[in-house]
Design a protein around this ligand. Structure first.
Ligand SMILES: [Ca+2]
Ligand SMILES: [Ca+2]
Ligand SMILES: [Ca+2]
Length: 195
């Protein structure tokens, strides 16, 4: 009887030990990492950001056209509404030959000079004549202030994918002897607003 009791106790201890061994469970862990960065809305005009582009149009004469092309791209993570401003400043009489008819106060060149502004889609150079959006036809510079190209139009899309190229032309066909040697600066200001 005593042997039987010992045998039962041993069997119980053995089964308890087996149960303890069977509790060593398998495990698996997976992980994912979220890298967080704030949004950017960033316009790039020309090759450098911020832009370092400037032009000099010297000795403009009636009948000729001066012009430049400038790549414009949205390089941030957000789309935006693209629009522009033209601001004339530093109007002055400059050189004043005796034949100039107006040498008083500010110069007259900024009042008679005209601009033309259009956009090409440079991603498709074969079809630039087709894919050209004109923003303004020949217009006196001092009557242009803000050029709003409404959100969702062709130019916004081209700026968004980085293929827009602005074409600006200037002429002084309406300028006479009153504007001889006169000077002014034209700021072309590009905007990209979050939509
Ligand atoms: Ca920028
Ligand atoms: Ca002058
Ligand atoms: Ca003048």
């Amino acid at each position: 009887m005593k042997k039987l009791l010992i045998a039962i106790i041993l069997a119980g201890l053995l089964s308890f030990s087996l149960a303890t061994v069977s509790r060593a469970l398998l495990q698996d862990i997976e992980q994912t990492t979220v890298k967080v960065r704030g949004a950017t809305l960033n316009l790039k005009v020309g090759e450098n950001d911020p832009s370092t582009v400037s032009y000099v149009f010297n000795n403009l004469v009636a009948g000729e056209i001066r012009e430049f092309w400038l790549p414009i791209a949205s390089v941030g993570g957000l789309d935006g509404n693209f629009w522009m401003e033209l601001v004339t400043k530093n109007s002055a009489e400059g050189d004043n030959p005796e034949s100039e008819t107006d040498v008083a106060g500010e110069g007259e060149l900024d009042k008679c000079a005209e601009v033309w502004i259009g956009f090409d889609n440079s991603a498709d150079p074969e079809n630039q004549t087709i894919l050209e959006a004109q923003t303004i036809d020949w217009t006196s510079i001092n009557t242009v202030s803000s050029l709003e190209t409404f959100w969702g139009n062709q130019v916004d899309a081209w700026v968004g994918v980085g293929s827009a190229k602005m074409h600006l032309m200037m002429r002084t066909d309406n300028c006479g002897s009153e504007a001889m040697g006169d000077v002014f600066d034209l700021d072309v200001i590009f905007h990209l607003d979050q939509v």
